[in-house]
Design a protein around this ligand. Structure first.
Ligand code: KG4
Ligand code: ZN
Length: 339
């Protein structure tokens, strides 16, 4: 089964050809993030205009790189939500047109549920189910149990800002560029090279001891703002290290509380924030320290941030083609929402 995946939910224009849901034949991503770095965040209309410019060249490149033609493609998979409406429409309408003209089935894909499938790509062995899955992206933080393909149970999520948003907004307060996650991570490395044994407990870990699986990150933003305005004694490097550790700590500990309670067979990270080196390391350390027996997986960093590989993989394992007339963008879709 060869699936062409198309992803345009935010500021990445991506297309990919995936074989049997696991093998990556091509993975092409064009991003307008440099443009947004200058403005400190995404301007939706500009992101959409860039999507229009990039979509055809990106799809062409994905087919070429995979060494296939449109005749070889069995299905087209496209992100229908959540995301920015202007950006989503570019991918959705392009995919519908291709489906009509090429006479190929089309599968609408939930971007958040699809993130999880980065763990199926290039995996020697498929993750055993049920899986506990933490999806941490720019706009969403969700913890779900995946009982089987197509059956997700939502356990909790953020009550305000998403983890990625917390990185992006606090980075902005520190004068660092968009996207904030990689920028904060880079500053942290500089700090830790100079202060390897420093205890990082300046900022609060909200809700960490509560018996639920929810997070709250907006308080962190306020605490960082206070530090920046009232105490000028701390460097951007130090504050970055403190921010990263506070976000990582609460994500790891609450997810592991859920792992202890639900005893899943695997624990899967995904989403842009899962590219964070410290988050990946701390999960590994704490799983072993807390003695949790689980098959822990995290995709390569390149497969955590937005791309179309997992969009196609999702379609492979949740195969529900529909007629193109029934495919609509849905910017507000939740992780368990039906497309
Ligand atoms: O999944 P994603 O690429 O796009 C969305 O679906 O939102 O996630 C983007 C988010 C941004 O907030 C970005 O700051 C964050 O992922 N991110 C990171 C890292 N790389 C990307 N956060 C922390 N550390 C990173 N290395
Ligand atoms: Zn994403």
């Amino acid at each position: 089964m060869l699936i062409l995946g198309i992803e345009t939910s935010c500021d990445e224009t991506a297309a990919s050809v995936i074989k049997d849901g696991k093998e990556i034949l091509s993975n092409i991503v064009a991003t307008s993030s440099e443009m947004h770095a200058k403005t400190g965040g995404i301007i939706p209309e500009q992101a959409a205009r860039q999507q229009v410019k990039s979509i055809i060249p990106v799809i062409n490149e994905a087919l070429k790189k995979a060494g296939v033609t449109k005749e070889d493609i069995d299905q087209i998979a496209v992100t229908v939500g959540p995301g920015l409406i202007g950006s989503l429409l570019v991918g959705v309408e392009t995919a519908k047109t291709l489906s009509f003209v090429w006479e190929k089935p089309i599968v609408p894909v939930n971007h958040l549920a699809a993130h999880i499938y980065a763990n199926w790509l290039e995996a020697e062995k498929e993750p055993p189910l049920p899986a506990l899955s933490l999806v941490v992206s720019g706009g969403h933080t969700d913890l779900v149990v995946m009982h089987k393909h197509g059956k997700l149970e939502w356990l909790g999520g953020t009550r305000d800002d998403a983890a990625g948003e917390a990185f992006d907004k606090t980075a902005r307060l520190l004068g660092l560029p968009y996207p904030g996650g990689p920028a904060i991570s880079k500053e942290t490395e500089k700090y830790l090279n100079k202060n390897p044994d420093e205890k990082l407990d300046l900022f609060p870990r909200p809700m960490v001891d509560e018996e639920n699986f929810d997070w709250s990150f907006s308080g962190l933003k306020t605490a960082v703002l206070r530090e920046v305005n009232e105490n000028e004694d701390k460097s951007v490097e130090r504050l970055s290290a403190e921010i990263q550790e506070a976000i990582v700590d609460v994500l790891v500990e609450k997810t592991l509380n859920a792992a202890e309670k639900f005893k899943p067979n695997s624990l899967l990270l995904s989403g842009g924030v899962a590219a964070n080196k410290r988050l990946r390391e701390k999960f590994k350390q704490r799983v072993s320290k807390r003695g949790i027996e689980v098959d822990f997986r995290v995709p390569k960093p390149k497969l955590c941030t937005d791309n179309a590989t997992y969009i196609a993989s999702f379609a492979n394992f949740n195969n529900k083609p529909v007629s193109w007339q029934k495919v609509d963008a849905n910017p507000q879709l939740s992780i368990t929402g039906q497309v």
